[in-house]
Design a protein around this ligand. Structure first.
Ligand code: ADP
Length: 540
């Protein structure tokens, strides 16, 4: 833990940057450069299309954002474009510094089942089977057909009379469509690209029902790599009891809610599970705690799995700016409490089918917005209150008077791992910020902070500070939008030396997790070094 401690022990002065180096990011397209700081700002503007989930729009309206209107607004006059489908390359290239897109280019490398399998196989070859043994054995069809047949018959021989189980899934489909579970190779059918995977036939059952976890992960940047994990999530149940003698019963073997909400037992009150087919993740973990399961260890394993998975494809994501990606990781726990990665979802479903969905997904969307846009202002408001101009200025500079991080209650890297996993007496799921702050208040505060900054900047003498000083490398992000520098005409690139916020709402930073991984993910991605650090942590 040496690295962690040394980061936590850095004197506060190190984190203070000269005011000249602070850049207030232009957030609002409606404000022109020559307008006086503090002039009234118009609301932030979001853009949607027919694929945008309803809840995204309603949350943004609730937060005081305006909806983009093509007819009467300038084509560049928006701040956030959120849609379920991917963007065209031109949209990434032409992005403006004040805009955000909810997808990165190239992330289907993680979310297409065949691509994920390829990337993970590559990592297994490079870093060893044992590190990447969290996905079931997978074959990509039709290319791996011969290999699969060989494996199938080898296993049949080894198992004797006992059956072996496999699942065949279309590479590009979702929501359980086109899936076949089989134990006899004669039942294997595919046309196009499929993956055939070892079927986990000993899932952890709750009241004899199979379930899997939907874990939300937000990657706010691939260059530098920054990963946040949501501390709340969903547990999705099958609605018929698990039964290996009936592989054709999808209500017993598939946990997709799109399937189970159509089942006859959906409304039935089921043993332990209750009505419906979903729990919150926190309910599930508290259920496990009642059975004396070490849920913290399980959460930690999931953290590692997420980091290792994102690392597998991060180097192949093209450098783009102002994008973020919300992923849905599907994880199945077996009866030995081993988590298995089943797949990673692009645009995870945000439909609100039941009260559990409403409570989890609405907060999730709020917190994504916090994470990508407004968390700074929130935490400023909470920590310093409105009447503390001095504090605001210091914090905008990326530092605080007495501690290295300006975020209230924020853990240093040293405590991050603990924080991420929470504790038994103090579960990690919590809301740190009020949910319904009006954008108008935030704008008002931004204006005040800009005024103060301008005043302070005029007063302060430029201090000697090389642009890439090691001090700056250690400075955590300010809780304001991070300083950006222009990269070409359109994009902005986060400074390599700024440390990300360690949480926003229920999102907790899981990568970088210490000073070494921070260094290894800035100015290029040193995957080997990061893996070494992860291994150290996993071995502890
Ligand atoms: P989709 O994208 O169609 O949802 P998934 O890979 O998520 O495909 O699989 C759908 C469901 O099938 C999962 O939620 C899970 O319940 C079950 N499933 C998928 N793969 C496996 C596996 N290898 N072992 C056991 N169950 C699986």
């Amino acid at each position: 833990m040496d690295d962690l401690q040394s980061l936590a022990g850095v004197p506060a002065e190190i984190f203070r940057l000269p005011l000249e180096e602070q850049t207030i990011q232009k957030r609002n397209p409606s404000r022109t450069e020559d307008e006086a700081p503090g002039a009234a700002l118009k609301p932030l503007v979001f853009r949607v299309d027919e694929s945008t989930p309803e809840v995204v729009q309603s949350v943004l309206l609730e937060r005081g954002w305006d909806k983009f209107d093509e007819q009467c607004q300038d084509v560049e006059d928006w701040n956030l474009y959120w849609r379920s489908s991917s963007f065209r390359m031109a949209e990434y290239v032409n992005i403006k510094p004040w805009q955000r897109l909810n997808h990165h280019p190239g992330t289907t490398n993680l979310t297409r089942k065949d691509c994920l399998a390829k990337h993970l196989a590559h990592m297994r070859r490079l870093y060893g089977e044992s590190l990447y043994e969290f996905t079931p054995l997978t074959f990509i069809m039709p290319n791996d057909y011969t290999k699969f047949v060989a494996k199938y018959f080898k296993e049949k021989q080894d198992l004797g009379a006992k059956p072996s189980y496999w699942i065949c899934k279309p590479a590009e489909l979702s929501r359980g469509r086109g899936i076949v579970i089989f134990s006899d190779i004669r039942d294997l059918m595919f046309k196009g690209t499929y993956v055939v995977q070892k079927y986990i036939c000993n899932p952890l059952l709750v009241g004899r029902y199979k379930c899997d976890l939907r874990i939300y992960v937000c990657v706010t940047g691939f260059k530098p790599l920054t990963i946040y994990m949501y501390q709340e999530g969903l547990v999705r149940f099958a609605t018929e009891k698990f039964d290996l003698s009936n592989l054709g019963d999808y209500y017993s073997h598939l946990t997709n809610s799109s399937i189970n909400k159509l089942g006859v037992s959906y409304q039935k009150i089921k043993e332990v599970v209750g009505q419906g087919c979903k729990w919150t993740l926190s309910r599930f973990f508290s259920y496990l705690r009642n059975w004396d399961v070490d849920d913290l260890l399980l959460r930690q394993k999931i953290n590692y799995m997420v980091i290792l998975t994102v690392l597998a494809m991060a180097p192949s994501v093209p450098a783009t700016y102002n994008c973020f990606e919300l992923f849905g990781f599907d994880i199945l726990i077996d009866d030995n409490l081993k988590p298995w990665l089943l797949e990673v979802n692009y645009s995870p479903a945000l439909t609100l089918d039941c009260s559990t969905d409403v409570s989890v997904k609405r907060s999730l969307v709020h917190d994504v917005i916090e994470l990508v846009y407004l968390n700074g202002l929130r935490s400023e408001e909470k920590k310093y209150g409105r009447a503390s101009p001095r504090s605001s200025v210091v914090s905008l500079a990326g530092s605080s008077q007495s501690e290295p991080c300006a975020v209230p209650d924020s853990p240093s890297y040293a405590s991050l791992i603990q924080f991420t996993t929470g504790s038994k007496s103090n579960p990690p799921v919590r809301h740190l910020y009020p949910k319904h702050t009006r954008t108008s208040q935030l704008r008002e505060m931004m204006s005040r902070q800009e005024r103060l900054l301008t005043r302070e900047a005029a007063k302060s003498k430029p201090r000697h500070k090389p642009r890439h000083s090691p001090r700056k490398m250690l400075s955590p992000y300010s809780s304001q939008p991070q300083p950006h520098k222009m990269k070409g005409p359109a994009g902005v690139l986060p400074e390599a030396g700024s440390a990300p916020n360690d949480h926003a709402g229920n999102f907790v930073l899981i990568f970088p997790f210490n000073k070494a991984t921070f260094g290894a993910s800035r100015n290029g991605l040193n995957v080997k070094r990061i893996i070494q650090e992860l291994q150290k942590l996993m071995n502890k």
